[in-house]
Design a protein around this ligand. Structure first.
Ligand SMILES: *[C@@H]1O[C@H](CO)[C@@H](O)[C@H](O)[C@H]1NC(C)=O
Ligand SMILES: *[C@@H]1O[C@H](CO)[C@@H](O)[C@H](O)[C@H]1NC(C)=O
Ligand SMILES: *[C@@H]1O[C@H](CO)[C@@H](O)[C@H](O)[C@H]1NC(C)=O
Ligand SMILES: *[C@@H]1O[C@H](CO)[C@@H](O)[C@H](O)[C@H]1NC(C)=O
Ligand SMILES: *[C@@H]1O[C@H](CO)[C@@H](O)[C@H](O)[C@H]1NC(C)=O
Ligand SMILES: *[C@@H]1O[C@H](CO)[C@@H](O)[C@H](O)[C@H]1NC(C)=O
Length: 358
């Protein structure tokens, strides 16, 4: 009797212990696997691992993309890059993952600037991507776009720099589903998490998120078309409807200092591959007699007018441009109508080398 009871008791103990051991083993294995995956993912992406977050709690991705090429130690881009990193690390409440497109010479300078930024116990996760390899992956896009949207076609890869955002879905690792491509002449006044939150507000058909261009540059480029057509294309945003077409309040075009990209949706899109074909771009540019010089942003502006479902318009506070060049070049009377921005400013954009008041 007693013996049996002991045995039963022992058995129960053993079963319970085994259960816990097994559970523990499973748990540990899971954690190890998760970590290994994380390391592998980071390594795969042209592997540079500086810091691993201890626990990948967050299912959200915070991919930042920057382009840092043709830089010398003395170029202002070098300082702008460092300031932006510093600024982003300071204002971000979310774990950012930096993806930096570089050439061989610039990579060394980028590494120096990064180490200058990481004083104290600051850390950042980053990977480098080679510009020549990236350019190869988007060659077809560049060939179609360059004749219409580049001021003077240059070398094979300098042209590609202006169209990275359109082909980033081919350059970025498949594991990335959302990305934000930033110019280096930006200053974040508020948490960059606010910008990532904008992805949640995308209409289901949107592939890109862009804020308006805040100058009359597209009114200028479209002047021949506008002379013959009553259109809101190129008009500043009015408070009330001024027509009953698809952009009833006006349409200033887009600026690409800040580009939100739903990479996952873009990879799956049946429409996007057609849009970047020569015939499509040719059709849009000839319809509007459009000859641009601002690269991808010219293309987005046309797409935004012709196929508005593909672009989510962010408010101007997410890319508050500061360049006033057009005010002094023939548009002084209407410049303010384009330049106005009545939203809370999250990002200041010191474009055309405008100093950013901080
Ligand atoms: C740039 O500066 C760093 C440190 O100041 C130096 O180590 C490096 O050799 C310089 N690079 C070039 C290309 O001058
Ligand atoms: C860091 O951000 C805070 C606000 O979040 C700001 O007050 C502070 O000036 C920033 N520091 C630097 C060095 O930019
Ligand atoms: C390092 O991090 C801890 C907490 O994460 C913080 O309290 C401390 O001030 C940091 N030290 C420096 C030098 O930044
Ligand atoms: C695009 O089409 C135009 C006119 O149809 C043609 O002249 C041009 O060579 C084509 N470009 C490319 C890159 O196929
Ligand atoms: C342009 O069209 C709008 C309605 O869409 C009309 O109210 C306006 O008078 C037209 N302007 C001209 C110059 O025809
Ligand atoms: C302005 O135009 C839009 C789209 O055509 C329409 O939905 C909206 O009701 C109009 N608003 C006013 C005040 O007429």
């Amino acid at each position: 009797m007693w013996k049996i009871r002991t045995n039963t008791f022992l058995n129960i103990c053993i079963v319970i212990s085994l259960f816990f051991l097994f559970y523990y083993a499973l748990l540990t294995q899971d954690v190890v696997k998760q970590r290994r995956n994380l390391v592998r993912n980071l390594k795969n992406d042209l592997g540079y691992v500086k810091f691993l977050p201890s626990a990948p709690h967050n299912s959200k991705e915070y991919n930042i993309w920057l382009i840092f090429t043709k830089v010398t130690n003395v170029s202002t881009l070098s300082y702008k890059f460092r300031d932006l990193l510093h600024n982003l690390l300071n204002v971000s409440s979310v774990p950012l993952r930096f993806n930096i497109i570089v050439d061989k010479g610039s990579q060394t300078i980028a590494e120096n600037q990064i180490s200058e930024t990481l004083y104290g116990n600051k850390s950042m996760v980053y990977s480098f991507y080679d510009i020549e390899e990236s350019a190869k992956k988007i060659q077809d896009i560049v060939e179609v776009m360059t004749p219409h949207f580049s001021s003077k076609p240059g070398t094979y890869y300098s042209d590609a720099l202006f169209y990275i955002s359109l082909g980033l879905y081919r350059i970025a690792p498949q594991s990335q589903h959302f990305a934000i491509l930033l110019d280096c002449d930006l200053y974040f006044k508020k948490d960059i998490a606010l910008l990532f939150n904008e992805f949640d507000r995308f209409k289901p058909t949107a592939l890109f998120g862009l804020a308006p261009e805040l100058t009359p540059v597209y009114r200028h480029i479209l002047h021949m078309y506008k002379a013959k057509h009553n259109t809101t294309f190129g008009e500043f945003y009015h408070d009330n409807n001024i027509s009953n077409d698809v952009h009833p309040k006006g349409f200033q075009g887009y600026n690409t200092g800040v580009v939100l990209i739903n990479l996952g949706a873009q990879r799956k899109s049946l429409e996007f591959p057609k849009l970047i074909l020569n015939e499509s771009v040719q059709a849009m540019t000839s319809k509007y007699r459009f000859r641009g010089h601002l690269g991808d942003q010219d293309f987005y502006t046309l797409v935004g007018y012709e196929h508005p479902h593909l672009i989510q318009t962010l408010n101007c506070g997410f890319n508050r441009q500061l360049c006033t060049w057009w005010r002094d070049h023939g548009y002084s009377s209407i410049f303010a109508d384009y330049f106005k921005c009545n939203h809370d400013v999250v990002v200041l954009h010191g474009n055309c080398n405008t100093r950013i008041p901080k």
